[in-house]
Design a protein around this ligand. Structure first.
Ligand code: NAD
Length: 445
């Protein structure tokens, strides 16, 4: 039955059906709702990888667009009695391998095109790890810092209600992203559960432990980064223990990665947050640094201060980028002195910088591989919720190590066999996985 909601879904779902061209969108031409620089980048990366993936052109054309998208308007009663109406989106890129999976972000920059790009990257990330998921992403365009906790709760509950035609434990499973957290996921889980009449913990991941969250989920991305780095250093003929490491971004990913590097015997010589960095060639005392940060709220002002620009150019064995996008650019890439770069953040290296680093022989461990530990443990959370049987931290660490090590191995071997950069090899691996599944299933009807 076509309800008003399902009409909204189908209106945005079919970029090809909307154009004047009866045969669909011409290659290279974006339908207006996807005309966004980030989506153009995601499609550009796909097109580059397709040159080497050996995938049937018709199958490739399907993968260039998101399968389905929903745009909603979210009315929220604000604390001062007025009403705010916020645009929200959910985009599902591919359900070929299973339900879609991806974060929900609250940010002023959220657009349908941005969600579509991030959803496509989630498809590649899940396929690379061999998870039975496709990619999705969603968000609400708002200034989360201007909303009270009560306003955020009402926004989240109404947004979840609007998403009901799309989400579900077998269909699409949200998770936290920028400015959303465990509490947001608990509200989403509760709202969904109230609609169906019983508790459905497996509708979201990244929840608090009290409602079916998983141990190690908060630390998973940072730990996964270090698992990939350790294996890559070994493959390059070195050892992580004793290596000098620099970590840009000391947040949920970077701080965990720095402590994990330290735990494995590496020397963390510099870390930074948005206020600036701290450097000690002998290795930082991270616990003392945490106490300082807890007291002062930021790293700026600590002994050994340096700027983020200086930090990126420090000589080191491993540079972990765990802050934000576009940190290594054509401008600073020629001055980097790291022997290996690991992308803990999404998109921290620009396309131009990537080429410069490749020419300089500096390998880059790409984001869709390196920061996939978060979605891996989200998958474990979903599996535990479905079977109502929970695993301990050692079991989860072991399974995470197997997934990350397996993915790195596949990427490394393809890069060597076909003379590709690690990024290109990661994308080619993922695209081949999804394309093989799509080819087997065929195009319906
Ligand atoms: P966060 O907000 O917890 O931490 C970000 C850190 O980077 C903070 O210390 C912040 O001060 C610093 N920072 C921000 N902009 C900076 C800049 N321009 N220069 C220097 N430092 C800067 O965020 P997070 O969850 O750690 O995410 C970091 C990156 O990792 C993002 O790109 C995110 O998309 C990506 N990521 C996160 C996860 C996850 O599980 N949290 C999973 C996959 C990818």
């Amino acid at each position: 039955m076509l309800t008003e909601r399902s009409l909204a879904v189908s209106r945005l779902a079919l970029p090809m059906a909307q154009t004047a061209e009866p045969r669909g969108t011409r290659r290279g031409e974006l339908p207006p709702e996807l005309d966004d620089p980030l989506f153009a980048t995601a499609q550009g990366q796909l097109d580059q990888a397709l040159e080497r993936a050996g995938v049937d052109e018709k199958i490739a054309e399907v993968l260039r667009y998101p399968e389905r998208a929903l745009a909603v308007a979210i009315p929220v009663r604000l604390d001062d009695g007025s009403l705010g109406v916020y645009p929200g989106y959910r985009v599902q890129h591919s359900s070929v391998l299973g339900p879609t999976k991806g974060g929900v972000r609250y940010d002023r920059g959220v657009t349908l095109g941005e969600c579509a790009a991030l959803a496509m990257w989630m498809t590649w990330k899940c396929a690379l790890l061999g998870l039975p998921y496709g990619g999705a992403k969603g968000g609400v365009r708002c200034n989360p810092r201007a909303l009270s906790a009560g306003e955020r709760e009402r926004l989240t509950r109404r947004f979840t209600t609007e998403l009901l035609p799309l989400i579900g434990p077998e269909r699409d499973i949200p998770a936290p992203d920028m400015a959303t957290d465990e509490q947001t996921m608990a509200w989403m889980m509760d709202t969904y559960s109230m609609q169906v009449g019983y508790a459905v913990p497996e509708i979201v991941t990244g929840k608090p432990l009290s409602v079916g969250g998983s141990v190690l989920r908060p630390e998973a991305t940072g730990i996964g980064v270090v698992m990939v780095v350790e294996e890559a250093v070994a493959r390059l003929g070195g050892a992580l223990a004793g290596s000098s490491c620099v970590v840009q971004g000391y947040g949920k990913v970077g701080a965990v990665a720095a402590h994990e590097l330290d735990r494995r015997g590496a020397r963390v010589v510099a870390v930074s947050d948005i206020s600036g960095g701290v450097y000690d060639e002998r290795g930082l005392d991270l616990r003392a640094l945490d106490r300082w940060r807890a007291e002062h709220g930021e790293l700026a002002g600590h002994d050994g201060a340096l700027t983020n620009e200086q930090l990126l150019e420090l000589p080191c064995d491993v540079l972990v980028l765990a802050a934000a996008e576009d940190q290594v650019t054509a401008e600073n890439a020629p001055r980097l002195e790291a022997r290996l770069v690991a992308e803990g953040a999404n998109g921290p290296t620009s396309l131009a910088a990537d080429e410069i680093l490749a020419e300089r022989g500096i390998p880059v461990l790409p984001d869709i591989l390196t920061n996939a530990g978060g979605v891996a443990v989200s998958y474990f959370e979903w599996v535990q919720d479905i079977q109502r049987l929970f695993w301990g931290p050692d079991e989860i660490r072991g399974r995470l190590a197997d997934l990350m090590g397996g993915a790195l191995g596949r990427v490394w071997e393809l890069a060597e066999a076909e003379s590709l950069s690690l990024r290109r090899a990661a994308l080619v691996t993922s695209i081949r996985e999804v394309a093989a599944a799509l080819e087997s299933r065929g195009i319906h009807p």
